[in-house]
Structure formats: C-alpha cells, structure tokens
Design a protein around this ligand. Structure first.
Ligand code: ITT
Length: 195
C-alpha cells in the first residue's frame, strides 16, 4: 500500500483523486496532516508550480506526495488564462468572477469553433526523493454562458470536444474518465502499479 499526500487545498481535487485511485493507493489531504498554511505557487509554468507545491510539502512533512497544477488555455486569448487560471479576475476572486472575465473577453467571438480551448494538468510526484511528471489534457470549447452545477472552477463553461454536455453537467465519474486531471492521474496510477 502506498500512502500519498495530495498537496492541494482544493477539496474538489481531493475528491476527484479519491474516486480515481485504486484501493492500493491511500491518499491523504493537507487537511488530514494539519497543513493549513498557504503553499507558494510563484512559477510561470504548470510544471514549475506543480513541482513547487509538491516539494514544499515533501520537504516539510517528509512524505511521498504529489501536486497538480492546471490551466485553461483559450486559443482566441493567446492561451490565457493558462498558468494564471486560479486568480484570473484578481486576488480573492471567485470561480464565477473568473468565468465572467473569460466570457467577457470572448464576447466578440461568437462561433463555437473559434472558442477552442483545452485544460492541461501537470502532476509532480515525489516518491523516495525522486521526482516524476505526468501530463493530461482535454480539448474543447468555451460555451456562450455557464451551464451546469457540478464540478468546480471553469467546468460550467467548458464543453469537451465530441460531447453535448459541459463538465459541470457531467457526474464526477464521467468527468474523471475524460478530463485533464483524470488522464494525468491515470498515468500516475499506471506508473505506481509498475514501481
Ligand atoms: P491548489 O493550487 O491548492 O491545488 P487551485 O484551485 O489553486 O488549488 P490550480 O492552481 O491547479 O488549483 O488550478 C487553477 C484554477 O484552474 C483553479 O482555481 C480552477 O479555477 C481551474 N481548474 C483547475 N482544475 C479544474 C477543473 O478540473 N475544472 C475546472 N476548472 C479547473
């Protein structure tokens, strides 16, 4: 049995990960290890931030751990919000504020095909002092308005390519099956099985 800390304060991510990981991998959250401090995330790439978060926790809590950093890359906005997805509308903003800003910036781009975007996740895993990276992505489009109440973040405005429902209209299992984080996690699980 491998015990892994998921270095995130985002409880939605922990729930998604718990639903994916096999029983042989026991996952604990920062809440479980009473780590309540803010974890620095100051790099300018998803890989850099994932590594920074995982290292911060691994060094202080002497544990096997992983962190992910995720960005929504919108082609018509030259890849924004990208690595700045969490605080796109400013410090202390809500998920709704971020979606509003994205929809506002896309107001002149009416056709769905021109609203193409992708979620990209990079996971950094620190296991026995070594670092491993896993990446997952999902292509899709930004809808004209938010639809659905499941999930979190930009899920209500993200329509995965080939589907008729946004991530926020899907249940957790369906999102996990095709999502950026689900795909990156599947690679990590595969690696852990062989390790
Ligand atoms: P941690 O850094 O504590 O893990 P976070 O919420 O800041 O939590 P990220 O930096 O990885 O996580 O993510 C940046 C933002 O991207 C996040 O705040 C959401 O708005 C959005 N996001 C991440 N994963 C998402 C998902 O699966 N669906 C929708 N939006 C997502």
């Amino acid at each position: 049995m491998t015990e892994l800390i998921f270095a995130t304060h985002n409880q939605h991510k922990v729930s998604e990960a718990q639903a994916i990981l096999p029983a042989s991998v026991h996952i604990r959250s920062l809440h479980d290890i009473r780590c309540h401090e803010e974890i620095p995330e100051t790099q300018n790439s998803l890989q850099g931030n994932a590594l920074q978060k995982a290292q911060y926790v691994a060094e202080r809590y002497h544990c096997h751990c992983f962190a992910d950093d995720t960005g929504l890359e919108i082609d018509a906005l030259d890849g924004r919000p990208g690595v700045y997805s969490a605080r796109y509308a400013g410090e202390g903003c809500s998920f709704a504020d971020n979606m509003r800003k994205v929809l506002d910036e896309l107001r002149d781009v009416k056709e769905l095909e021109r609203r193409s975007a992708r979620f990209r996740t990079v996971i950094a895993l620190i296991l026995e002092g070594k670092t491993y990276f896993f990446e997952g992505r999902v292509e899709g489009f930004i809808t004209l308005q938010p639809v659905g109440a499941e999930g979190f973040g930009y899920d209500p405005v993200f329509l995965p390519k080939g589907y008729t429902q946004t991530f926020a209209e899907m249940d957790a299992a369906e999102k996990n099956r095709i999502s950026h984080r689900g795909r990156a996690m599947a690679q990590m699980i595969d690696f852990l099985r062989k390790a």
